[in-house]
Design a protein around this ligand. Structure first.
Ligand SMILES: Nc1ncnc2c1ncn2[C@@H]1O[C@H](COP(=O)(O)OP(=O)(O)O)[C@@H](O)[C@H]1O
Ligand SMILES: [Mg+2]
Length: 399
């Protein structure tokens, strides 16, 4: 199979040298049993590559079991992975198989591996080296034949240096590394990606996709794309759906670009009055409301809410970062004589914290509402790990 066929088969789009190299590496290592560590920021295609690695391996007829290490409460992760005996811990009412048993003969994909607690890492190393493991609550040795793929958006080297990640496990997992570069480092992939997302949405809704203007494409290439391909996909899906496949121009894009995405020096805003997606988007959809089924309208509303939530969350994160920076500055730089001021400031920052918490809770509720309570989807919408979401739900008393 040539590279083009492989890319088509697994839905990998991209003409940049960086993506071509990643695909070449994928083709080289897929048929082996080597562990592969897929690295890259959120939304760069780690899941896509994991599926392709499995699909191109001799294990493709067997299961690919995926597990997000960041999504499962720490005390349950080990029994999820290795299973447990009846009575191993409170609540373990019957014996249960773990993912390593379920994936026997196939592949296991450990996403967000950097979130794995250090105690579990020891057990993972054992199964990687010898295929041996034990269920929680049992000392019997069991065997499994599983190929391990792992992914992370963290710098694991740093975690190793900080004592958060075992060096021996890191070396074992990193036998082969496939790095997926951020979208902003490969702007030439944006055109083909827009085309693919636009066409598939148009086909799904039964209208024609009329492309994107050169100016609009150039604008997209200048955005920072912190959410990478996922963010681009969300935007193009929304625009194509709401604009019914009409040619994408800077004017059509404007209402859909979250303020936080705005890159300095991009023409689209120069001298113009930037509109937040809330107001701009609503106007756009009212124009088209006639002739749509309520299902379509509902879907569009969801898309829009998702975009809004993403924007708000990004802004919230930025506010938090700024506040943290400010605190640090205060802690290290202020001469003691200004302490009184600092105390006063702290009172107002406690208020800000309260506000942030309230908006955070509200956004989480909204996200959950829109995905009918599905936590995995809500976490994805919010751009946080499932474990973080879980902690927040507990904190806000939502579960
Ligand atoms: N190279 C690519 N070609 C086509 N679609 C991609 C590519 N990379 C990512 N995507 C799409 O972007 C979204 C996020 O990709 P995903 O693999 O889930 O990212 P990650 O696991 O790194 O967060 C998915 O919808 C995926 O299909
Ligand atoms: Mg992923």
């Amino acid at each position: 199979m040539d590279l083009a066929t492989i890319k088509r088969r697994f839905g990998i789009v991209g003409e940049s040298l960086l993506i071509q190299q990643a695909v070449e590496r994928l083709v080289q290592v897929a048929p082996t049993d080597l562990s592969v560590l897929i690295t890259g920021e959120s939304g760069t295609g780690k899941d896509v590559f994991a599926r392709a690695l499995h699909g191109l391996s001799k294990r493709s007829g067997r299961r690919l079991v995926s597990l997000n290490c960041g999504a499962i409460p720490e005390n349950l992760l080990e029994s999820e992975l290795f299973g447990h005996e009846r009575g191993a811990f409170t609540g373990a009412v019957e014996r249960r198989k773990g993912y390593f048993e379920a994936a026997d003969g196939g592949t296991i994909f450990l996403d967000e591996i950097g979130e794995m607690p250090i105690g579990t890492q020891v057990k993972l190393l054992r199964v990687l080296e010898s295929g041996e493991f034990s269920r929680v609550g049992s000392s019997d040795t069991l065997y499994t034949d599983v190929r391990v793929l792992a992914a992370t958006n963290r710098t694991l080297e740093q975690d190793v240096a900080d004592g958060l990640f075992r060096q021996d496990l890191y070396f074992r997992l990193n036998a082969v590394q496939i790095h997926l570069p951020p979208l902003r480092e490969r702007p030439e992939d944006i055109g083909p990606l827009v085309e693919m997302f636009g066409r598939s949405v148009a086909a799904e809704h039964g209208f024609e996709y009329r492309g994107i203007s050169g100016e609009a494409l150039q604008f997209l290439k200048n955005l920072p794309w912190q959410g990478n391909v996922r963010e681009l996909r969300n935007m193009i899906v929304t625009i194509t759906t709401l604009e019914r496949g009409e040619m994408i121009t800077p004017a059509t894009i404007r209402p859909y670009v979250p303020r936080a995405l705005k890159a300095p020096g991009t023409d689209i805003y120069r001298g113009g009055n930037f509109q937040h997606s809330t107001s701009g988007g609503t106007g756009a959809s009212l124009v088209h409301l006639n002739g749509k089924t309520s299902d379509q309208v509902e879907r569009e509303l969801i898309y829009k809410t998702v975009l809004e939530i993403q924007t708000e969350l990004r802004e919230l994160k930025q506010a938090l970062i700024n506040r943290e920076d400010e605190r640090r500055r205060r802690r290290y730089e202020l001469p003691p004589i200004e302490e009184a001021d600092a105390i006063e400031d702290d009172a107002s920052s406690a208020e800000a914290e309260f506000d942030l918490e309230r908006s955070e809770e509200m956004m989480i509720r909204r996200a959950l509402d829109h995905v009918s309570g599905n936590r995995r989807k809500a976490a994805e919408v919010l751009g946080i790990s499932e474990r973080t979401l879980y902690r927040r739900l507990v904190k806000f008393g939502l579960i």
